[in-house]
Design a protein around this ligand. Structure first.
Ligand code: SF4
Length: 69
């Protein structure tokens, strides 16, 4: 099964909240007004792809880090 690493670049994030709207199960806004993935390593991308696509400054990356198939 593949594993994925989800990251956002806080230097670029403008705190719009789109990722949280699209994927509240894995994104939250922090006290600094920037978004953070609750789980940075996941087995299934699920709505994180929607979060990535919704980001207006393209600061979310999803990388495949493991494939044990
Ligand atoms: S969608 Fe992008 S810019 Fe907006 S809060 Fe999420 S990571 Fe930040």
């Amino acid at each position: 099964m593949a594993k994925y690493k989800i990251e956002s670049d806080k230097d670029i994030c403008i705190g719009c909240g789109a990722c949280v709207s699209m994927c509240p199960e894995n994104w939250e806004m922090e006290e600094d007004g920037k978004a953070k993935a609750l789980h940075e390593e996941i087995d299934e991308i699920k709505c994180n792809e929607d979060a990535k696509d919704s980001c207006p400054v393209d600061c979310i990356t999803i990388k495949k880090i493991e494939n044990t198939e």
